[in-house]
Write a protein that binds this ligand. Structure first.
Ligand SMILES: [Zn+2]
Length: 613
């Protein structure tokens, strides 16, 4: 999964889809009294501030760090923005829940929806001394769950998609139910448990009034005219010969990219003219009836955020490896050749299975996206997406990479919640080191991690992002995440790490909590302090090392990390010693009694990610 959150900002004429709001009043039986008016006034001030370009004014009204940072970046990039509908959802005494929305207009509607989610949402207001002001943000998914999607989809290539989604949802939040959906979707029908219901839909957030109950049925029917903009095809593109909708286009409803509460069972029934092939991002089968190709797909494990690709000129080839179907959706001239892909898949699969047991799924699709430049582009549910052509499968030069094997390795994890991208991208990048070693020998591992360390610094993540909070997949999880797995392999031993990982994968609970407890079980000690030091810090260890006689003092100048640190010590009598100190505090001393220190090397095997002060 590669989520491209870094928006490319391009200015060209914008078609703003119709903003649909079904209700005119407020959800709440909110009497217009003097206090109510001041709540309305407070909302009106925020709506107005959103549209202007004064960060100081906006920050006073919306004192939430994440939203302020977002607003500042929008102002700096001079992105056109419009405040949308706002709505008082409910008021009780001195607090109220309010829906605030605003959209950014700069290009693809999916990217706009995604970016606007930084602001559009539900907020808690409080009345202090008679005056209402915004206090905090409510996560839309905090108490609700999407359990099932039954999607009926019709695709008109080059033009549009129509969707009927029958969702099974648990609603336990007082505000009702809300989900993200592409802000240009034209809603034709919405029913909850068979009855039409009040809703608001603006700036990519659909909000409905609903009572608390599990197992409710929400049916949404809508269509989206999909962009065919030649200069902005990343999120979605519907050309005449080929096209796609990525998950980040929000073409079907879900909460976010890291919510544990929208991992749902999917079943899809898609139709497209038979001249076109269609790849969903799930295990699928197809039939042709009359002029239509019908593709039916099902998720094996709960998942979210599906993608869809179509192409007139593909050939579809199926290969089988153990219980897994490898299906390649690509034109005849696609490179690497399909047989070579299968061979590499087979080899990567065998190597990873030897260490970590069977993957979670039983299907891997390789999908060519002819709108994209060559390379392995991203992973979406059970497919790997390539550009016009794929690229190198595995290489030792100039920097070692097992690019294709990385995508295969994603089949072993499907986490949710904090540190999600550590367990997806960090894991898959670590898996590359194992695949590289199986081809080029163990000596390549050190070279690989040196280049990953370089990637960490080149990406300028230090001091900015932690693995724990990398919800948007900023990039930090690849290098630092892989390094954390590598450090764990030294801390626990490779074999123990394999056992813990195998148990974690098979457990069916892929939260960081579960990962920690599986590691602790094999380590026979609580691994939480160790892991948290690495997951929660935005830095890497900064070491200062001072020698005084036969003592070596190690100081951690930045955040406190836990790790083993190796020294190679040459004594005055010409002999060598290897010593490992387990760092647990900011300052520790290693004292040598075997002789007199002449010189020493810190971390001779390059087993730790750190910098020197
Ligand atoms: Zn990846």
């Amino acid at each position: 999964m590669t989520l491209n959150f870094r928006i490319s900002i391009q200015f060209y004429p914008i078609f703003l889809g119709i903003i649909l709001t079904a209700t005119t009043g407020s959800f709440a039986q909110h009497k217009a009294n003097s206090n109510g008016n001041s709540l309305k006034q407070s909302i009106a001030l925020i709506d107005s501030a959103f549209q202007h370009n004064n960060a100081e004014d906006f920050n006073k009204l919306v004192p939430i760090k994440g939203v302020k940072d977002f607003y500042a970046s929008v102002v700096e990039e001079k992105i056109k923005k419009l405040s949308g509908k706002s709505k008082i959802i409910l008021v009780s005494k001195d607090s109220a829940l309010v829906f605030l929305s605003g959209i950014l207009l700069y290009g693809n509607s999916g990217d706009e929806t995604n970016y606007a989610a930084n602001y559009t949402g539900i907020y808690k207001f409080e009345r202090v001394a008679g005056s209402w002001s915004l206090k905090s943000r409510i996560e839309i998914d905090r108490l609700n769950q999407i359990k099932k999607h039954r999607l009926g989809i019709n695709i008109i290539p080059g033009k549009s998609i129509t969707v009927k989604d029958t969702l099974t949802i648990d609603i336990n939040d007082s505000y009702g139910f809300a989900t993200r959906l592409n802000h240009t979707a034209k809603l034709k029908k919405l029913t909850l448990n068979g009855a039409e219901t009040e809703f608001s839909f603006d700036a990519g957030l659909l909000l409905l009034k609903a009572r608390r109950k599990n197992g409710q049925t929400l049916i949404l029917e809508y269509s989206i005219n999909v962009e065919r903009e030649e200069t902005d095809k990343n999120s979605a593109y519907f050309g005449d010969a080929y096209g796609h909708l990525r998950n980040q286009y929000f073409w079907h409803p879900f909460f976010s990219f890291s919510s544990p509460n929208d991992r749902a069972d999917f079943s899809l029934y898609c139709t497209i003219p038979k001249a076109y092939y269609l790849a969903t991002s799930l295990h699928q089968k197809e039939t042709v009836i009359g002029g239509s190709r019908i593709v039916e797909a099902k998720s094996g494990n709960p998942t979210f955020g599906l993608s869809i690709y179509y192409d007139k000129d593909w050939e579809v080839n199926t290969f089988r490896k153990d219980h897994i179907d490898l299906v390649v959706y690509a034109t005849k001239d696609f490179l690497p050749e399909k047989r070579a892909l299968y061979a590499e898949f087979s080899k990567s699969y065998d190597t990873l299975q030897k260490h970590f047991g069977k993957p979670i799924g039983n299907y891997l699709g390789i999908v060519q996206d002819r709108s994209n430049t060559d390379g392995w582009k991203n992973r979406s549910n059970s497919i790997v997406v390539a550009g016009l052509k794929g690229s190198t499968l595995i290489t030792d030069k100039p920097n070692p990479r097992a690019t294709f094997g990385h995508e295969v390795a994603h089949g072993w994890t499907n986490p949710t919640g904090p540190a999600t991208n550590f367990l997806t991208e960090g894991w898959a990048t670590y898996a590359e080191s194992i695949l590289l070693a199986s081809v080029y020998g163990d000596s390549i591992i050190t070279t690989f991690f040196k280049s990953q360390k370089q990637n960490y610094f080149n990406g300028k993540f230090n001091g900015k992002s932690s693995l724990w909070e990398d919800y948007s997949n900023s990039g930090v999880s690849y290098a630092k995440g892989a390094w954390l797995f590598y450090i764990l392999s030294h801390q626990l031993g490779k074999k123990h790490l394999s056992t813990a990982m195998t148990n974690f994968i098979q457990s069916g609970d892929q939260s960081i909590k579960s990962f920690t407890s599986h590691l602790s079980a094999v380590a026979q000690s609580d691994m939480k302090p160790f892991l948290n030091s690495w997951l929660k810090s935005k830095e890497i260890p900064v070491l200062e090392i001072l020698q005084s006689g036969n003592s070596i003092k190690i100081l951690q100048a930045g955040d406190l990390f836990l790790f083993p640190l190796e020294f190679n010590i040459r004594l005055k009598d010409g002999t060598y010693l290897t010593k490992t100190i387990n760092m647990q505090t900011k300052e520790q001393t290693l004292t040598i009694s075997e002789g007199v220190i002449e010189s020493f090397i810190v971390d001779p095997g390059s087993k730790l990610l750190f910098t020197m002060k």
